[in-house]
Design a protein around this ligand. Structure first.
Ligand SMILES: Nc1ncnc2c1ncn2[C@@H]1O[C@H](COP(=O)(O)OP(=O)(O)OP(=O)(O)O)[C@@H](O)[C@H]1O
Ligand SMILES: [Mg+2]
Length: 581
């Protein structure tokens, strides 16, 4: 089990976002004195705006042989240059690819739908494919190496083994998506025992707590202080580029945080605003003209996106927004849709939009978030939450903040400083003190598939089978933790004794299932799906069938954890869980 030992000199966190990614780190000796002494890289330069930013775009470029070329702003610039020089053939350029995992884990209704494919392929904008695992791992490797170089320059003699790594994942991700990220990190050279996953909104909650506590110590007047008084409950809203991730916590007497509802959320991040803008452009010029534009201007869409990003961030109170769209797009505008005659004008190299139209692009995600929050606040344990903490890049939008404040007038809406890097900084703090979240709520029921002696009164005929002369019932869901149950890190575990099916077996397999139903009876129930298999090694066959390994499944961490020991001894056994296909 990956645990941070005293030997680690530093914790480094990688926030792998849908739109932007970055890293931050802090040293153990400094953390003890000041948990907020966290270093971020401020070197990412956006040549479009000339700004130095804390995170770089999640864009990656591979050459014709599939070798990594560049990441971030540089990847975008290099790809644009290739396109301008008409040399991009065979190169592969991926951006915003994290949402592919979210889509993959949610498609289909089959029992195996939750199981991501390890060999998943992604297509770039030109339709060229590449292994998702390679794309993710090369992106993580780039950020890791960049961070190690900076760390190495900061502290002489710092070695990779001195660093404990944290990789952030959305709280609403499935166990399979988490495993996918862990394997990508391992492929990127981060050793399994040196890595923990942090849940993005949890990390942000930890960061918010730290800054509020510091404000209390320094007696600064902060509106947010009251949210962190023991007994208070707060909802953390992480509005990123791809997903909105929500957690609800209560502050305990020792200032630790207890999760009071499983994480929820949906695909309502800032990129939905970009999509609305692009469907407007599409509608403005018509399908054929748009298709021709995209085909003949391979970097055209990316350029339009980069300009829109700046406009979106600086939405003015004035009546109009001017968006520079460039000559190549303007040529397509000669025959614009009459529907927009009163709201859109072409002015030199810009589109002049009435602000009402601009604000419409924000409508869908804002409504989806408000509706989701309304449904959450109806739930019994969440009814008395008075504080809403807003973090993530899209929370920086005043339009979004105003919407939340207006929709929930009785609540205290807090947007801390550095809202867009709260996840990143919180992940570093989490790496030093993972016990900051002392309790979590199981999002689903977890259990294993077992066979029990057949009882004609209890079991359906279809589950009947005979084994070694005994009448048995198969596919029984043996519940280990229930959906909604409180689980504690290091405390909540369920055990199962594995025996080999045959005397010559060297591996015993346990099938893990999850269910949205609190108490499912059979693993074949529609609410259940197979999560994965746990393979327990039993290499020594000398005792034949008389071998027993106790497997413990530990709940309450950010991932499921497993340990295995030979029954009656302390001898550890190897147990490997796999929920990828
Ligand atoms: N001032 C602003 N107004 C509106 N949108 C903004 C503003 N600042 C950032 N954004 C948007 O926020 C999003 C980026 O937020 P963030 O960096 O938190 O996301 P991410 O970490 O990449 O995504 P995720 O957490 O969903 O994986 C982008 O869509 C960006 O356009
Ligand atoms: Mg994020």
């Amino acid at each position: 089990m990956a645990r941070l030992g005293d030997t680690h000199l530093a914790v480094a966190a990688i926030d792998f976002g849908t739109t932007y990614s970055g890293y931050a780190y802090s040293f153990r000796h400094e953390f003890i004195k000041d948990p907020l002494k966290i270093y971020t890289n401020q070197q990412w330069l956006d040549s479009e705006s000339g700004l130095l930013t804390f995170k770089a775009p999640t864009s990656i470029l591979f050459d014709k042989d599939g070798n990594f070329d560049s990441f971030g702003f540089l990847a975008e610039e290099n790809y644009n240059t290739l396109v301008e020089d008409e040399k991009e053939d065979g190169w592969r350029f991926f951006r915003r690819f994290k949402m592919n995992l979210y889509r993959e884990m949610n498609i289909g209704a089959s029992k195996l739908a939750g199981r991501l494919d390890r060999d998943l392929k992604l297509k770039d904008e030109q339709g060229r494919t590449m292994s998702a695992m390679d794309i993710f791992s090369d992106a993580i490797r780039y950020l890791k190496d960049h961070c190690l170089e900076v760390l190495g320059n900061a502290v002489q003699g710092m070695k990779p083994d001195d660093v404990h790594w944290i990789l952030t994942v959305p709280a609403i991700w499935t166990d399979a998506a988490k495993q996918f990220m862990r394997e990508a990190a391992s492929k990127a050279g981060i050793k399994d025992h040196q890595l923990d996953l942090a849940l993005e909104p949890e990390a942000a909650a930890i960061y918010c707590k730290e800054i509020m506590v510091k404000a209390r110590v320094e007696e600064k007047n902060s509106r947010g202080l009251s949210a962190f008084i023991p007994g208070e409950k707060f909802l953390l809203l992480d509005i990123g580029g791809g997903t909105v991730d929500i957690t609800c916590h209560q502050v305990m007497n020792d200032s630790k945080l207890k999760e009071i509802h499983p994480p929820t959320g949906g695909p309502w991040g800032g990129t939905v605003v970009d999509e609305a803008y692009f469907s407007f452009l599409h509608d403005l010029v018509g399908q054929k003209t748009w298709d021709d534009f995209v085909k003949s201007n391979k970097s055209g869409k990316l350029d339009l996106e980069r300009v829109f990003e700046m406009k979106k961030r600086n939405l003015k109170q004035s009546e109009f927004t001017f968006i520079k769209v460039g000559q190549s797009f303007l040529q397509t505008c000669s025959n614009k849709n009459k529907k927009y005659s009163s709201t859109v004008e072409v002015k030199k190299d810009k589109l002049k939009l009435v602000n009402g139209l601009m604000k419409e692009f924000f409508q869908f995600p804002m409504m989806a978030i408000v509706e989701h929050l309304e449904s959450l606040f109806m739930k019994r344990p969440l009814r008395d939450i008075t504080n809403i903490l807003m973090v993530g890049g899209f929370s920086e939008s005043d339009l979004m903040k105003d919407k939340i404040e207006l929709s929930f007038p009785g609540k205290n809406v807090i947007r801390p400083v550095d809202a867009n890097i709260a996840v990143l900084k919180g992940a570093v703090i989490f790496g030093h003190s993972p016990e900051a979240i002392c309790e979590r709520t199981s999002p689903r029921t977890y259990g294993i598939c077992v066979s029990v002696p057949y009882d004609v009164e209890l079991h359906p005929r279809k589950s009947y089978f005979v084994s070694d002369g005994c009448e048995m019932a198969s596919d029984i869901f043996q519940v280990m933790v229930k959906a909604g149950q409180t689980v504690r890190m290091g405390k909540t575990k369920a055990e199962h004794v594995c025996r080999p099916a045959h005397a010559y077996d060297t591996v015993s397999t346990v099938e893990l299932y999850e269910s949205t139903n609190e108490c499912p009876e059979y693993t074949s129930d529609p609410s259940c799906r197979q999560l994965g298999e746990l393979e327990v090694e039993m290499p020594d066959t000398t005792k034949g069938k008389d071998r027993r390994i106790v497997v413990a499944i530990h709940f309450g961490y950010t991932e499921l954890k497993f340990t295995a020991t030979e029954e009656g001894t302390n001898h550890k056994a190897e147990a490997k869980f796999n929920c990828l296909r």
